[in-house]
Each structure stands twice: as C-alpha cells, then as structure tokens.
Design a protein around this ligand. Sequence first.
Ligand code: HSE
Length: 297
Amino acid sequence: MKVRVKVPATTANLGPGFDTIGLALSLHNEFTFFHSPEEVHHDPDNLIYHSAKYIYDRVGAPVDRLQFTVAGEVPMSRGLGSSATCIVGAMVGANELLGRPFSREELLNFATEVEGHPDNIAPALYGGCRISTMEEGRVITHPLDIAPSLHFFVAIPNFPLATSVAREALPKALSYGDAVFNISRMVFLVEGLRLGDFQLVRMGAQDRLHEPYRSKLIRGYGKMASITGELDGVVLISGAGPTLLLIAPDTVEPEAAMELWHKKSQETGASWEIKHLKLDPEGAVVTLDGEGPAARP
Ligand code: HSE
C-alpha cells in the first residue's frame, strides 16, 4: 500500500499573534509513504524520517522498511511552515500505514511536540485559520473564520532565515505596555479577519513582540513593506520570516498588487517570488494507493 499525504504551507503569527495564530495557504508539499521489501537506511536527523519514526516507536512497530518521497512547492526556511508540512505529512502518513492507531487530536499533540509550537502545525493538519495554545502540555486549537473577501499574497525571497536565528533575535522580556499593545491589536485583527472589515485588520496588524526585531534580518523589508503607502493593505512577516505576507481588501486588484510588489522587489537587491494565494480549507489530505477519494486523517 502507498499512502500519499498532501499538506498545505502555513503562515503563522499574522503580526500580533506570535506563536498563537496561523492559516493554511494554497501551496502544498506532497509526501508518499510505503513499506519497501528491503531494509532502508535513513539519516536519523531527517525531519520526515524522525517524525514518522515517532509514530512507529509509539506503537512499537519496526520502522526499518519505511520508504518515502517528497515533492512540492513549499520552500524551506522561508517562514511558510515547510517543517510543519514535513512533520504533519510524516505523522499522518505513518499513522495511515499502521492502520490509524492515533486520532487527529493525538497527531496534533505529537506534531507540536516535535515542532515546539502549534501555530503552523494546527492549520497544516486541519486547514483554514486556527488559534492555538498549550494548556497543561496539551494543544488547544480552535478554527477562526476568515472573510472570503480578503486577498493573501506572499513575497518569497531567494534567501533563507533559520527559525532558530529569528527566535534568538527576540528580547528575553518585554514591557507591560508592549504586552497590552499586542493583546489589543490581536483582538482587532481577529475580528477584522472574521468580518472582512479592513479598518479593523489595519488596526490589528501591528506587533511589538517580534516584527521590530526580525524585520532587521530581512534584506529589503522596508522597501517591500512600503507597498502599503501605495495600495490598501498590510504587510506582515510570515512566521519567522523572511517571506512577507500582504493582506488586502477586495477593492485591491490582484494583478496590479502583484505587479507593484514585484516592481518594489527589484529595488531590494534580492530576488522575490510573488504569489497570490487562497486559504486552504482542508489541511492534510490522504489518498491511498494513488486512487480513490481523498480523506482527512
Ligand atoms: N511562531 C513561530 C515564530 C513560527 O514566529 O518563531 C515559526 O515557526
């Protein structure tokens, strides 16, 4: 039996929602898992192997014949949740090959344990937009409606930024004032995204927890963010960066926005790929033997 798992890219934080909010985008990685007739040797540090092995070890099954392939569109170390696609894809695939010993909620917890935080994992697994937190070592996640009128664009640069580096750039503590600033912005953002009220989105898309520190690590950030002086929209760092996310209301013409952002990108000294993406509503989807209807894990 071959198990194929298609997992969406994700964009986390959305400005003020550091480690809390994330949404799945219409850009995917596809993984195929099967048992080979012979023993297969993998690099133990390979994230896909490591995550699949986690599931095999939990049920006490031998992992030595597990084989897999990966193909896809989600760039690595760019702030689009590529590691979450690997962890979720591998755990869902392993779970299918082993006869589904674990529920989706259990997979969510296992995957978050490997990733370290749930904000990319939850939307990669469930699709849509998710608010997530940890409570007594368990992930609590809840779907959040996103108004269909909103446009999402990403600008993906040709340089990586390791999440570990982007997390090290953050201060160890923050002031009461900055905490209050972020809490208030997050509430405005969530309500604005739900209603498609762009005045609320604009008020909410401000952050003092990570963007001021990380923007300095992204070459061309200022130029790329300056698009909001010329069109109605907000620019946020996608996850830990360096990809940038532009959210715009439906009054913005997508082709014109892409052209303008592309023009700006040419003045940054780096090369950026601009994409107009949709919200992925499905999350991880399983197909068995390359046939039959797709199923949720
Ligand atoms: N919330 C995480 C961060 C996302 O901003 O570091 C990246 O994995």
